[in-house]
Write a protein that binds this ligand. Structure first.
Ligand code: HEC
Length: 175
């Protein structure tokens, strides 16, 4: 068994080194035949596959839920991490759809730094106050961008990632 496994692995490494006439490399190239046309057209096709603003919003939303629960657990390092990646996801979305940037200015300039401040303060009541402001501002941007029917509210149950991490013991939680 070991030997049968070891031979194809070795071949894959040689292909990676750029030797011609490699069956595996040819097989993987032919899988990309759906990318047709010149370089610009192929890049456009890839960009379309990458998704627009809604793809970024799905990540922003997921990070928002993780941020909320990391805060409830008073795992402030994890909360800071989720906020930083939420910002990156929003910025990536705005890079793809710059026409949305104006509506996001207050969120970028005020809401994210204010939430950051409450994380650095490591204070749950302060954090919960700021996270409510964040929710209101998610909704403000949705109104400005004509998607008021995508309502954001405080999470009620732990997100998939945070559900796999035990909640902080109740005695650690203020309020
Ligand atoms: C630029 C302003 C803006 C901000 C700030 C914003 N959103 Fe959005 N959001 C949008 C727009 C626009 C869409 C619809 C995207 C589309 O039509 O492609 C959207 C879509 C969504 C969706 C639906 C995604 C899907 O396709 O399933 C969710 C969920 C969402 N936002 C959550 C949030 C949360 C949570 C926040 C705050 C943490 C937030 N949004 C902040 C503009 C914003």
């Amino acid at each position: 068994m070991m030997k049968r496994f070891a031979i194809p692995m070795g071949a894959a490494i040689i292909c990676g080194g750029g030797l011609v006439g490699c069956d595996r490399e040819e097989a993987s190239l032919s899988r990309h035949e759906w990318l047709q046309g010149g370089v610009d057209q192929r890049l456009n096709t890839l960009a379309e596959q990458h998704g627009g603003f809604s793809a970024s919003m799905r990540e922003v939303n997921e990070r928002f839920h993780n941020l909320y629960w990391a805060g409830q657990d008073q795992n402030w390092e994890f909360a800071a991490y989720q906020l930083e990646h939420m910002l990156e996801a929003l910025e990536a979305g705005l890079q793809r759809r710059p026409e949305r940037a104006e509506s996001a200015q207050h969120f970028l300039r005020n809401v994210i730094p204010d939430t950051q401040e409450s994380i650095e303060a490591r204070n749950l009541s302060f954090f919960n106050e700021r996270i409510k402001t964040m929710v209101n501002n998610c909704n403000t941007c949705h109104a400005l961008e004509n998607v008021p029917w995508i309502p954001v509210s405080l999470p009620r149950s732990r997100s998939p990632l945070m559900a796999s991490i035990p909640a902080a013991p109740a005695e650690n939680v203020e309020e």
